[in-house]
Design a protein. Structure first.
Length: 540
């Protein structure tokens, strides 16, 4: 039974943004409580203010953002009145935080065990030898396989899910009363995401913590929440129990977020005329080898193991699987960013995988790629128009004509020609993904490879980008190779779905066949791991 006494009480909080921002306040008149033993999910899109309120609790507000009204009461103490030294004493000891991107939050130059031990050291807990023992026990508690090996590893030597478990171990090291989890499952595979949610839920029950869980995904809310706070443009628009908000949402914005979740209702398979394939992948193999070292044995990973499939003109083929399944390596081989060890990739009958030099350059325009992280794939020093025009200019188009082409493409993806002179940082994540799509279209390709193009986007933005891709596919007669870890997303846009596991194809069929009547246990496991799926109505 939960103790309803608030561990955290946010009362009338207003956080002012610096002059020149797109609105006056990041957070405006926000009030909610988080009680011991409950999980309060704070939900909203990028820019809603959900993470900014958490930063105020931790004393980690960005430069220029300042509180102008309200209180943040933690066990009777107003956190807004504390100086930096007092905040440091609370962080980790009484308030723990799991950050969204563990690779950024973890020190790449320190071993995992040393980073966990550093939490104990910062608060003067335990002797040096005992800290390592405590760190090992925490890695065991959060379910990291081979913790004795993991404790000596660097962050880059662990998978994304393992790095997130390390962050959870660090947040729980001193058994805090309040745990803040800021988008801890965004962009993780659905199975890893399910494991992390189950881990947080179990640890919360075991330690009796209050949890503030920040997310943009109502599927996650359905899995883990006790109560829900929905935010938009810095204000709370809905607050209630998980049952009240999911079953009877009162605000139009909440209903819009719920409607944007990919449905369990799969579109009917489309009747397509038999055509010669645009893309034929035959017996593709790719092995990655790493040299051994003093403490690291040599490794050999079969990323692709006898992969064969076809893609027809105008068709969308989905490649689905967890991290390490080989799906991104397959996409990179198709666009010639990786070279397979054996097998062939035929493009309209031409062996695209064997082309070199000028012959490859002449054909490259036919296959283009949309990357998972559009911000990382765009040069921050280049204006958006130039980023899009670079491809056509490299292929001989005059600069003026290429810039006009960039303006046309920005109009086509819904950003408008005015965006041509702006820099990538001036756009939201969804807008940057539209820029990535425009850049991929600049050379009039026949095939686009979309590698996890919507995995880190808010659900409403995700729905818009999926709709845009489908619209452009029909308008421009494109074919798509759509790579994702989410079967439900694939089922909404793909004609054919290929499920990969450990470098091999384990299932293949139309979207309705794979989603509704999967044959393989692994496919059923991917479906069962979709957050909130068990809480949705039966598939029609």
């Amino acid at each position: 039974m939960n103790d309803t006494t608030p561990v955290l009480s946010i009362r009338g909080l207003t956080l002012a943004l610096p002059e020149g921002a797109d609105r006056d306040n990041a957070v405006e008149d926000v009030s909610y409580n988080v009680a011991r033993g409950e999980i309060m999910c704070v939900v909203g899109e990028s820019g809603s203010g959900k993470s900014m309120a958490a930063n105020a609790v931790m004393g980690l507000l960005p430069k220029g953002v300042r509180p102008t009204a309200g209180e943040v009461i933690f066990n009777g103490q107003d956190l807004l009145t504390l100086d930096e030294k007092q905040h440091r004493q609370l962080r980790g000891l009484r308030i723990g935080m799991i950050f969204q991107e563990p690779m950024t939050a973890l020190n790449p130059l320190m071993r995992v065990g040393a980073q966990i031990a550093e939490v104990f050291e910062a608060h003067g807990r335990y002797h040096a030898r005992e800290r390592q023992g405590r760190a090992l026990a925490l890695l065991e508690e959060v379910g990291i396989p081979q913790p004795e090996r993991a404790i000596r590893a660097y962050p880059f030597q662990l998978s994304g899910g393992q790095r997130q478990r390390v962050m959870i171990a660090m947040a729980l090291a001193l058994e805090p009363e309040l745990l803040i989890a800021d988008e801890p499952t965004t962009a993780l595979d659905v199975t890893t995401q399910a494991q992390i949610l189950e881990l947080i839920r179990n640890l919360q029950r075991r330690h009796g913590m209050a949890v503030m869980f920040i997310t943009h995904d109502f599927g996650v809310v359905a899995e883990i929440a006790t109560r829900v706070c929905v935010m938009r443009h810095g204000r709370i628009v809905e607050l209630g129990t998980v049952g009240e908000v999911l079953d009877n949402p009162q605000h139009a914005y909440t209903r819009a977020l719920l409607d944007a979740i990919p449905s369990n209702v799969v579109p009917q398979a489309r009747d397509a005329e038999r055509q010669a394939p645009l893309l034929e992948v035959k017996h593709l193999r790719k092995v990655f080898r790493s040299r051994g070292g003093l403490f690291k044995p040599a490794r050999e990973v079969r990323a692709l193991d006898d992969i064969s499939f076809t893609l027809a003109p105008g068709e969308t083929v989905g490649i689905v699987g967890e991290s390490g399944s080989g799906k991104s390596t397959l996409g990179r081989c198709v666009v010639r960013l990786e070279h397979p060890d054996s097998g062939s990739i035929l493009l309209s009958g031409t062996d695209y995988s064997s082309l070199k030099g000028n012959a490859l350059r002449r054909e490259r325009h036919r296959v283009q790629m949309i990357f998972q992280d559009p911000y990382a794939s765009l040069n921050p020093r280049h204006r958006v128009g130039y980023a899009i025009a670079q491809g056509p200019m490299a292929n001989g188009m005059p600069r003026a004509q290429a810039m006009r082409r960039a303006e046309e493409l920005l109009e086509l993806v819904g950003l408008g020609a005015v965006a041509v002179d702006r820099f990538p940082h001036e756009f939201s994540g969804g807008q940057r993904q539209r820029i990535g799509i425009a850049r991929a279209l600049a050379l009039n390709p026949e095939l686009i490879v979309a590698d996890e193009a919507v995995s880190a986007l808010d659900v409403s933005i995700q729905a818009q980008v999926l709709e845009l891709l489908d619209e452009l596919k029909h308008k421009l007669s494109l074919s798509l190779l759509f790579i994702t870890h989410d079967l439900r997303v694939a089922a909404q846009i793909c004609d054919t779905i290929i499920v990969m596991q450990q470098g091999r194809i384990v299932e293949q069929g139309t979207a309705p066949e794979v989603f509704l009547t999967p044959h393989e246990a692994y496919t059923r496991q991917l479906l069962d791991a979709i957050p909130g799926r068990a809480h949705e109505p039966a598939i029609a």
